[in-house]
Ligand binder design. Structure first.
Ligand code: URA
Length: 219
């Protein structure tokens, strides 16, 4: 796909492609899907965190003192998995960002309207810092219509968190979903491993990987 969006980052390398291949195949069992998804989510999260502000600090090694950059300890990082499939990002996210808070967002997709229906919102107002010091990663493996992602982004934008501090991380996306998200929030960042052909009449991504939640959780 021709990438006409400045803030859309399509990540491609041999490990990403191999993981996608494993995820997409209908012959991959649950264990294989989980392993491939975790490998892929880790790579996508590394890319996503490139937006984090850094700070120069002094470190003393066993040999000498020196000055280096690290993630600014004065910011707060939020990982927001959209339940349930978005949870697959969480284990990798807490490994690489142990300082992050995990704020779950519970939405399911109404099969008829394809609109998100809320059932759980564990996202209070920021309290300990100005909203501009929060950096949010919303995770959902499949960006299909974009409706759930839009709801999640709105939640944070309404709390005053700048769009530029919000990054959505997805494994497989559709052109329709990408358009929808950037139409309303052009300044967020979107990280994906693949942009597929289209959505089918049931709102599934073609070719996609089927129902990500079912394949990850063996349901
Ligand atoms: N959700 C999924 O799990 N798969 C799709 O293809 C679309 C939405």
């Amino acid at each position: 796909m021709l990438n006409k969006f400045n803030n859309l980052k399509i990540i491609s390398n041999p490990i990403v492609n191999q993981s996608l291949c494993t995820l997409r195949s209908k012959n991959t069992d649950t264990e294989g899907v989980r392993l491939a998804a975790r490998k892929l989510t880790r790579i996508l999260l590394y890319e996503a965190t490139k937006n984090l502000p850094q700070k120069e600090i002094e470190v003393e090694t066993p040999i000498a003192k020196f000055t280096t950059n690290t993630i600014n300890p004065d910011i707060s990082i939020i990982i927001s998995p959209i339940l349930r499939a978005g949870l697959i990002f969480t284990d990798e996210a807490v490994d690489i960002l142990p300082q992050a808070a995990i704020r779950h967002i519970g939405m399911y997709r109404d099969e008829k309207t394809l609109k998100p229906v809320w059932y759980y919102n564990k996202v209070p107002m920021p309290v300990d810092k100005p909203a501009k010091d929060y950096y949010v990663y919303i995770t959902d493996p499949m960006l299909a219509t974009g409706n759930s992602l839009l709801e999640a982004i709105r939640l944070y934008v309404e709390k005053g968190i700048p769009e530029t501090n919000i990054c959505c991380v997805c494994m497989i996306s559709s052109p329709e979903g990408i358009e929808n998200v950037f139409r309303e929030f052009p300044a967020i960042t979107l990280i994906v491993a693949a942009v597929d052909s289209h959505l089918n009449e049931r709102g599934y991504i073609v070719p996609g990987m089927g129902d990500a939640g079912d394949r990850i959780y063996n349901t």
